[in-house]
Design a protein around this ligand. Structure first.
Ligand code: HEM
Length: 409
């Protein structure tokens, strides 16, 4: 049995398997202050939901990740582009409402639904590229390129620029987990500036030559009485679409596949009745939440779960722990594609910051498994190739590789 006193958030063994520690926290110390680090971890479903919905006492402004004050070198690099603006993830009411309202107008259900044929085509193309081999490294050959290609197409990035686009996406996410060197942080800052100049040119082009795409919608997005978005704001939002959308969806697809491979009876259930695929996606999000937790800051002294949290304290809302809370989900550690309340998970957050891209992520996950099931059978873990290690991050959870063998269906 794990105990909170052995919990060390950045230890490789914790990154590999944090769940016994979350379970220990839920029982021993549901609102746990990590010794030496000072931040609190909120681990029970009910308390997490309460913090998420209470923007009066808890702020997102200090950023969702492990905080490091930007060094003067980083600020110098940023000043060659557009300095960070608080738009969505890092904002609070009332200004959050304006940004969210404007981006909602660009990222509409209609636009997401219109991507479906494209998502199907990309999924088929990716499977075509490895089906003759009888095996695949699913992360690199499928789960990474699928969301990346979809969002790149949506943003009008030509396929030839995809490697660059992937690098921008990785470099935007890497600093969040708090586990990279200063050199790497500088590289990520340079990458942000490159990304900004690339998209600033594209946005300017859309002003004069509008198209039926997300960038044009962003340029044209208007709310009566509100000023339209300026360039720095648009770029910040675009970066969030990249940060929030790619690695998370990759990790969802890979972890859902691993759960199925490790639970063959559940694989059969889902294959036998394809209408279960959407619930399979919810259940995978619940058990292997790609965003394990994010930070908030207490605006005032505030009590959560019987613990007094002093003003200014940082708090991790650990979605992944709430999602395994037996108080909410019966036999919470069990993977059950037919679970009736799987969709109650907190993997997309709750309240005003609820994931903007949830409909897109769900659609991509659903289409991925529909087509994988249609075209591949006898899916199994490749023997001797899988160490099933995860990306080193306290915030995001994702398999580094997943080697799978199969036959053509
Ligand atoms: C499985 C995939 C995904 C997961 C698990 C996920 C998870 C989350 C979570 C937990 C939040 C809430 C943050 C908070 O409470 O502070 C969030 C917000 C957000 N997500 Fe996602 N996300 C996913 C996919 C996407 C995609 C595909 C996009 C867009 C292309 C996206 C864009 C965003 C944005 C812009 C926000 C900020 C919304 C706001 O602050 O108003 N996400 N996401």
């Amino acid at each position: 049995m794990a105990s909170v006193k052995d919990f060390s958030p950045f230890a490789p063994s914790t990154v590999e398997c944090p769940y016994p520690f979350y379970a220990a926290m839920r029982t021993e110390a549901p609102v746990y202050q990590v010794p030496g680090l000072g931040f609190f971890i909120v681990s029970r479903y009910e308390d997490i939901e309460r913090v998420l919905l209470d923007t009066e006492h808890f702020s997102s402004k200090t950023g969702p990740g492990v905080r490091r004050e930007p060094s003067p070198e980083i600020i110098e690099i940023w000043s060659q582009g557009w300095l960070p603006v608080a738009t969505l993830l890092t904002n609070d009411p009332p200004t959050h409402r304006r940004y969210r309202g404007l981006v909602n107008k660009a990222f509409t259900p209609r636009r997401v639904a219109a991507w479906e044929p494209e998502i199907r085509t990309v999924t088929h193309e990716l499977i075509d590229s490895f089906i003759a081999d009888g095996h695949v490294e699913l992360v690199r050959q499928f789960a990474v390129p699928l969301p990346l290609t979809v969002i790149a197409d949506a943003l009008g990035v030509p396929r030839t620029d995809m490697p660059q686009f992937k690098k921008w996406s990785d470099d935007a996410v890497a600093p969040l987990g708090g586990m990279i060197s200063h050199e790497r942080e500088l590289e990520c800052a340079r990458s942000t500036v490159e990304f900004q100049h690339y998209f600033a040119a594209k946005l300017e082009e859309r002003r004069t030559h509008p198209r039926d795409d997300l960038l044009t919608d962003l340029i044209n997005s208007r709310i009566e009485g509100e000023t339209p978005l300026n360039m720095g704001e648009m770029l910040n939002m675009l970066q969030q679409l990249l940060v929030a959308g790619n690695e998370t969806t990759t990790n969802l697809i890979a972890s859902a596949m691993l759960l199925l491979l490790q639970n063959p009876a559940q694989m059969e259930e889902a294959r036998a009745d394809r209408t279960r695929i959407p619930n399979l996606i919810e259940e995978a999000l619940r058990l292997e939440s790609p965003v394990q937790g994010l930070f908030r800051t207490a605006k005032v002294d505030v009590e959560v779960g019987g613990v007094m949290i002093p003003a200014g304290s940082r708090i991790v809302i650990m979605y992944a722990s709430g999602n395994r809370d037996d108080g909410k989900f019966a036999q919470a550690e069990t993977f059950d594609v037919c679970r009736a309340n799987a969709k109650d998970h907190l993997a997309f957050g709750a309240g005003i910051h609820y994931c903007l891209g949830a409909p897109l992520a769900r659609l991509e996950g659903k289409i991925a498994f529909e087509i994988l099931f249609d075209r591949l059978s006898n899916l199994r873990l490749a023997p001797d190739k899988n160490d099933l290690t995860h990306t080193p991050s306290f915030i995001l959870r994702g398999l580094q590789e997943l080697h799978v063998e199969f036959e053509r269906a």
